[in-house]
Write a protein that binds this ligand. Structure first.
Ligand SMILES: O=P(O)(O)OC[C@H]1O[C@H](O)[C@H](O)[C@@H](O)[C@@H]1O
Length: 293
């Protein structure tokens, strides 16, 4: 039996083209729109990810929830990536693109699949003109590979091309009671986006009692997300920053695809590469595994 099935629709997104990846009892659903993982259940009825009941798709609207792929920039594009100050979408170009299934396989230890997208229209790549000898804009391939074992999911985003690029795996984790939720071991120093990027030092165990939008540039590779619902281990590779986001009540009310109390049901722990000082190829991974429920 194949370990990958093409399905149409997930949750209330009835017409969304998706793939179901399975390994034993473990299941993952990934949308081909945005290559966005929408659901990860290591066991039946044990959902680790959160999808907004008000999420929509199509018409350049990214899906709110799951694991959005941010690339080749994170947030609003840095001026290095947007030299002409164009109006560009938040979090890059690929959340609203249709990706293609490139390969899948199953072994005794895991199932995996790989989706790809080709991107040409970078706002910051030189185009050749009669006076400018730069190479014509090349097509760049971005790959998202998922490997599902009996106990973990690994999500890998890669681009072999040397290129100025930022990236993030912007995971929305499902939690039960925000007041009892913590991210442990993340580190003490962060830039606070709520306080105009001020550098802040705080308790290494992060709690959620207000709007949180933080960039930890020296985060540990191994984090623990503890909530009343479960304990999840998050391990990161190829990252230089970890972003933690929860909009809190007031900010949440300004976001159309979040219901009134939705902010109480998720926290985002995002493995990111944000440094723009090198053009190294990209290989960014987030491993997710349920420790206890
Ligand atoms: O609304 P989105 O474009 O999906 O962005 C949602 C959030 O993503 C990240 O966590 C950023 O740090 C936040 O500043 C942003 O609000």
């Amino acid at each position: 039996m194949s370990n990958v099935t093409a399905i149409t629709g997930f949750a209330h997104l009835h017409d969304l083209p998706c793939y179901l990846l399975s390994f034993g009892e473990a299941k993952v659903v990934v949308s081909s729109y945005g290559a966005q993982v929408l659901s990860y259940q290591p066991k039946p009825d044990q959902e680790l990810l959160w999808l907004s009941p008000l999420a929509v798709w199509q018409q350049q609207q990214p899906i709110r929830g799951g694991v959005p792929v941010c690339w080749p920039w994170f947030g609003s594009a840095d001026s290095k990536l947007n030299p002409q100050q164009q109006s560009l979408p938040n979090h890059g170009l690929v959340r609203t693109r249709h990706w293609t299934l490139q390969q899948s396989r199953v072994t005794a230890d895991y199932s995996e699949l790989c989706l790809s997208v080709q991107v040409k229209e970078f706002p910051y790549q030189a185009k050749s003109t009669p006076t400018n000898k730069a190479e014509p804009t090349k097509t760049t391939e971005l790959l998202l590979s998922l490997r599902l074992t009996a106990t973990s999911l690994s999500i890998n985003l890669s681009c072999e091309q040397s290129l100025l690029q930022q990236a993030a795996l912007h995971s929305y984790f499902k939690v039960d009671n925000l007041a009892q939720t913590q991210v442990n071991g993340i580190g003490e120093h962060y830039r606070d986006k709520v306080l105009q990027n001020r550098l802040v030092t705080a308790d290494p165990d992060l709690r959620f009692n207000k709007e949180i939008d933080r960039i930890y540039s020296h985060a540990a590779a191994e984090l623990a997300l503890n909530s009343a619902l479960h304990q999840v281990a998050i391990t990161q590779q190829g990252f230089d920053s970890t972003v933690v986001w929860n909009p809190g009540e007031a900010r949440s009310a300004t976001i159309a695809d979040l219901a009134k109390d939705s902010y109480q049901q998720f926290v985002c722990v995002e493995s990111a590469r944000l440094d723009l000082s090198s053009e190294a190829p990209l290989c960014l991974t987030q491993f997710i595994s349920l420790q206890q429920s």
